[in-house]
Design a protein around this ligand. Sequence first.
Ligand code: SAH
Length: 224
Amino acid sequence: MRIDIITVLPELLDGPVNHSILKRAQNKGLVEIHIHNLRDYSTNKHNRVDDYPFGGQAGMVLQVEPIDLCISKLKSERDYDEVIFTSPDGETFNQPMANKLSMAGNLIILCGHYKGIDYRVREHLITKEISIGDYVLTGGEMAAAIISDAIVRLIPGAIGDEQSALSDSFQDNLLAPPVYTRPADYKGWTVPEILLSGHERKIREWEHDQAVERTKALRPDLLD
Ligand code: SAH
C-alpha cells in the first residue's frame, strides 16, 4: 500500500508517521507514506497556496491550482483507489470504512486548512470525503494521521499478533472485552477467576459474553 498525504503543514505529520505502528509498517515494507508540501506546487513566487474567498466571508481558502498540480502529478505516476479529502461534512469514519480502505493499493489524502478548500477541488478531484467526527479541527493533518493509523494497523503483518486487530472493538460490531495483566491481585483488586483457570474454551466464551454485555450497555446501536 502507498499513502500520499498532501498538506500545508508537513511537520504536523512528522510525529504520527515516524513512530509506532506507521513507522513499523513502513520499516516492514507493508506501506509507503509520502508527505507532500502543498507549497511546493505553488505557482506564486511567495509560495502562497491560499487566497480570500469570493463573496467576502472571513478566512482564507486553499486554491485549486496547487492542489490540482500535486494530485495530477501523483496520478500521472500511478493509479489511485481513492482521492480522499478530510472534511467535517464528509462521511463519518468508522471501522468498516477502515477495513475497506486497508485493502486499497494507493490512496491520496488531502488535508484542508483555514476556511477550507476551493469547492472545485471537491467537485472534480476528490472521490471520497471523510470526517473523523462532529467537531471542527484547524486542519486535516490529525484526521489524516488517524485515518492512516486505523487503516495501516489492519494490513496483515502490521501488528504483531493479527488476531489482536481482529478482536478489537467494532470488528463484528462488538466492543472489546476487558483485558487484565499481572499481578492477578493488586491491593485486593482481583482479576476475574476464569482468566486464571487455563480453560481456553471457557475463557473464549467469557470474553464473548463480556463483549456482548458491554456492547449492550455502552453501544446498543451496534447490535441493531
Ligand atoms: N469551514 C469548514 C471547516 C474548516 S476546518 C467547515 O465549516 O466545514 C479546516 C480543515 O480542517 C478542513 O478543511 C478539513 O480538512 C479539516 N477538518 C476539520 N474538522 C475535521 C473533521 N471533523 N474531520 C476531518 N477533517 C476535518
